[in-house]
Design a protein around this ligand. Structure first.
Ligand SMILES: Cc1cc2nc3c(=O)[nH]c(=O)nc-3n(C[C@H](O)[C@H](O)[C@H](O)COP(=O)(O)OP(=O)(O)OC[C@H]3O[C@@H](n4cnc5c(N)ncnc54)[C@H](O)[C@@H]3O)c2cc1C
Length: 476
């Protein structure tokens, strides 16, 4: 088949493809109101790649009264052009993503339509800016409605005018109402970026988290120390070196840094599709091992720092404390103090629903893994016990049943779902399988709440398929 030579040609193919696979075509949801205000079927908080995949899956199921909101401005959603400090994605270029298996919607199709098939073949990794542009294009051609610059506040229960449960979400553009709300809020989605308290206590001029906006130019000629040996820690070290830092010292707690990427191992259909259906002890065993290893850094990332003679990797040297001394930061380690002009914590995130404004009215009643499952002593992990224990539909469950029953209409699609569902459906390797599954969790709730109406519609359904020939009917 000839490859489209332009995006316009590709978009024509997409329109045809989507029409060819539009079955089942019938709309099935009814517009609702709450005190005179329209109610969305689904409000997705976040408009990163996870939200795009999920919104597309919902649209294909004819759930079209949806909206994504994102506090970021247009084009700034997700990590790609803000705090992701690597030149390319870490996912392989041939993984399908939000396209949900529609060939013309894949990254490869988008790339080839602009730069040709040979260019895609020659590409090693997808430049992150290209990925960002692709996501924006995807959102347009897939018809996903997004409002940027809109922040979500504390979700609370409400009712539609005909008595169905719905949720009210205060936002910077006024309250939004929806029957289902999805948190697709990314890495810090149901918690916060985390660094040890002793770093937090230092003045901000001496330390930052790897996800913060950092003025790397100001680090020229300075001594920088980075805590953590995950991919983002290395990326930040690399940018500091490239910006002309005098020395960059990266400190790894382990005797040997993690160079295995378990997400590569688990990227197969059985795991991605079925882990969530397995007993808790197996879910815990697999995911605590995977998340316990943390993110191994890729070869290109290592090469990027290693070409600098002023890069130093300290292994088996955790930080146990820190203080300010004579305008510098001094970190304490089992092998003695270390002084630097600036510290960067590549220490990831921590699950903590209390830190999420959208969950202010229910954070204390969200069931966590630690509430539902006690791992064997050898597999204990306090950090992972704080992940939410989600329903099979991907929604929050109550710790104390009956206190906040409305949280069953708040779904989570992102890294916080990892302990319950395996690799976050919002990462590229998992989304082709995870997004339709998450959409099905949402449609199940909508369908179930609509049963009385749908049954009444079935009983009222009176569209004849044929006109009977009265003359041929035998009535005696
Ligand atoms: C440095 C780095 C590199 C990575 N590389 C890869 C990779 O190569 N491949 C891969 O699959 N994954 C990678 N990841 C993981 C990556 O973050 C996720 O896969 C992807 O961004 C997740 O998509 P998401 O939609 O869940 O979250 P995000 O893309 O982070 O999007 C979440 C959105 O929610 C918005 N938001 C948050 N809170 C609110 C609120 N209260 N109101 C309104 N909007 C809100 C944010 O502004 C953001 O735009 C990387 C992560 C990092 C940090």
């Amino acid at each position: 088949m000839p490859i489209p030579n332009t995006l316009a040609e590709l978009e024509a193919d997409i329109a045809r493809d989507l029409e060819l696979v539009a079955h089942p075509r019938a709309p099935w949801l009814e517009a609702k109101q709450c005190e005179g205000q329209p109610v969305l079927d689904v409000l997705i908080i976040g408009a990163g790649q996870g939200a795009m995949a999920l919104a597309f899956a919902l649209r294909r199921d004819k759930v079209r009264n949806i909206l994504c909101i994102d506090r970021a401005e247009y084009g700034q959603e997700g990590p790609w052009v803000t705090y992701a400090r690597m030149p390319t994605l870490r996912s392989w270029k041939d993984q399908t993503g939000p396209d949900l298996y529609i060939p013309a919607l894949t990254y490869q199709a988008w790339h080839e339509a602009q730069w040709g098939a040979a260019d895609f073949t020659a590409l090693r990794w997808i430049p992150k800016e290209n990925w960002n542009d692709y996501l924006l294009w995807f959102r347009r051609v897939a018809g996903i409605p997004v409002r940027n610059g809109v922040e979500a506040g504390a979700i609370e229960p409400a009712r539609t005018d005909d008595g169905l449960p719905c949720l009210r979400v205060p936002t910077s553009i006024g309250p939004l109402l929806a029957r289902k709300v999805v948190l697709a809020t990314g890495q810090e989605g149901i918690g916060h970026w985390w660094m040890p308290e002793f770093l937090q206590r230092l003045p901000a001029s001496l330390r930052a988290h790897s996800a913060d906006a950092i003025d790397f130019a100001a680090l020229r000629g300075r001594r920088v120390a980075v805590l953590g040996a995950g991919a983002s820690a290395f990326d930040n070290a690399a940018v500091a070196l490239e910006a002309g830092a005098a020395e960059v010292h990266l400190f790894c707690r382990r005797a040997e840094p993690m160079i295995i990427q378990p997400y590569r191992w688990l990227t197969f259909a059985g795991f991605l599709r079925h882990l969530h259906e397995m007993p808790d002890d197996w879910r815990w065993r697999f995911m605590s091992y995977v998340l316990g290893l943390r993110e191994g850094f890729p070869a290109d990332t290592y090469a990027r720092v290693n070409r600098f003679p002023n890069f130093h990797l300290h292994v088996g040297r955790p930080w146990t404390g820190a203080r300010e001394a004579a305008g510098a930061a001094v970190v304490e380690t089992p092998r003695g103090d270390f002084a630097a002009d600036f510290l960067i914590a590549g220490t990831g995130t921590r699950m903590d629903a209390h830190a999420v404004p959208a969950l202010a009215h229910c954070a204390g009643n969200i069931a966590l893994w630690q509430d539902r499952f006690t791992p064997p002593a050898a597999e204990e992990n306090e950090r992972l016990g704080r992940y939410p224990y989600l329903s099979p539909e991907g929604a929050f469950l109550e710790r104390s049943p009956g206190e906040t029953p409305w949280i069953s209409d708040i779904h989570l699609f992102g890294i916080g779902a990892s302990m319950s569902f395996g690799p976050s459906g919002a990462s590229i390797n998992a989304m082709s399988i995870a997004a339709p599954r998450a959409a099905a969790g949402i449609t199940k709730g909508l369908f179930s709440a609509d049963l009385p109406r749908l049954y009444a519609e079935l009983r009222a359904y009176a569209l004849p398929q044929v006109e009977l020939d009265a003359a041929r009917l035998v009535t005696n």
